[in-house]
Design a protein around this ligand. Sequence first.
Ligand code: BYC
Ligand code: FE
Ligand code: FE
Length: 494
Amino acid sequence: MSDSDIEEAELTGPAPQPAGPVSVIDYSERIPNNVGLATDRKLQRALESWQPAFLDWWAALGPSLPTRDVYLRTAIAIGRDGWASWARVPMEQYRWGIFLSERDGPRQIGFGQHMGEPAWREVPGEYRSELRRLIVVQGDTEPASVEQQRHLGATAPSLYDLRNLFQVNVEEGRHLWAMVYLLHAYFGRDGREEAGQLLRRHSGHPDSPRILGAFNEETTDWLSFFMFTYFTDRDGKYQLGTLKESGFDPLSRSCEFMLREEAHHMFVGTTGVQRIVARTAQVMAERGTDDIWRYGAIPLGTVQKYLNLQYSLSLDLFGSETSSNAAAYFTAGLKGRWMEGRRTDDHVLTAVTAQVPVVAADGTLSERTVPALTALNLDLRDEYVADCERGLRKWNLELDKAGLGPDARLTLPHPGFNRNVGVFAGHHVSPSGEVLDEAEWTRRAGDWLPTADDRGQVAGLMVPHYEPGEFASWLTPPAVGINDLPVEYDYVRF
Ligand code: BYC
Ligand code: FE
Ligand code: FE
């Protein structure tokens, strides 16, 4: 890190900011916030130049379906009512705000070598580049998902679902703002440079792709979207959960606030897949066959293939099972564990070991012992997998309820299946955990992952349903509408 970096860090230090001249723009109106934007000239200048670039990006790579307005929840203040203000909003007028969760009192770092010290209100010089890296990686995923989902509006199964898609999209846009705020307020010139780059990398771009693998994949259709919000947004939930523990207090508080919004994204995924499975189960039971394309429903085998793909892509997002990066982040107090406060160990982990998987040259799977600090990516992944299982139980209940036999079940594939990151990368592992040779993998991959043909069949069902109360044939209507409104409300107007 250069001296000018340190200088900038000091210059751009945190609140309390000196009261500047009263601005001509009403910042709390245009950019709702609780970070003192109205009196922070430096931050205003940075955001004033970034905001037009953001709006250009939103127009070019945000939702492509033209609409008049959408029934949206907007965070306009931090309190109980303010964070969920409901209204019909033209999407380009959505107010992307900047919010930090509020704290009762001073907070202490809860893990690592700085355990017990007061949480940092500015960036410690020695951790500047690691913190910036974590914030950039987090920030990069948010606009990436908007890009991946941009064309889904054209084939929405209902206005209710269309509205949920747009709600997720604007909130991912706000999550980008949350990370850009941190870069602008705490990282000086290189923070501003990174904030610009977040709008210049694009999902799937051959020359400047998004940073993490899953965010360069196509979200081809609504089955893929619901799997994405279930599995990939859930990685977001878990990663934000670890950053919420961070010793860098502004990051911790940003992530805590983002997690509130993330709950809705989890809801969209869980209930979206559940409604598909419910329809599938119903049609399978009625027709006595699992070949149900011709009845306008999605066969369970196809649902399983999409699940296999999105789950394995999402497991890659946790990084390698053993990672010196993860150990360093934890020891430095930058990134904690899931529910760090509820763990009963010493929160330092220097004297503990953990088991991680290994694949031998002959394909045998076993485990080896490593320092627990280096196995923290796996620790988080294990928490995530247990959470994923909970949704699967709900989905399988739909199959149970329809009276289908024990073979009609969705399952999570083996963690080694279809992996590109970590110990399983470079090996071919079947969903049941057998290590296969190249030839056998090639022969069977189409049984486990969506083929062009599967995607084509799914695409055939993706026709838009824009009449209020109308739903596509391949999923059931939701049990209730949004914010106590009826299911048949016109959540989106054209
Ligand atoms: N693709 O040491 P390793 C969300 C890189 S989702 C490509 O094992 P580490 C959202 C890695 O960066 C949550 N590259 O990894 C969801 C490293 O590169 P460098 C996003 C990958 O650092 C839906 C190298 O490989 N937030 O919010 O321990 C919609 C060695 O890896 C991948 C975060 O991820 C991959 N999948 O852990 C909207 C939190 N995996 O550094 C939003 C911040 C690894 O050698 N990020 N690599 O150049 C982190 O904590 C860590 O960067 C990771 C990786 C957990 C991602
Ligand atoms: Fe997000
Ligand atoms: Fe999300």
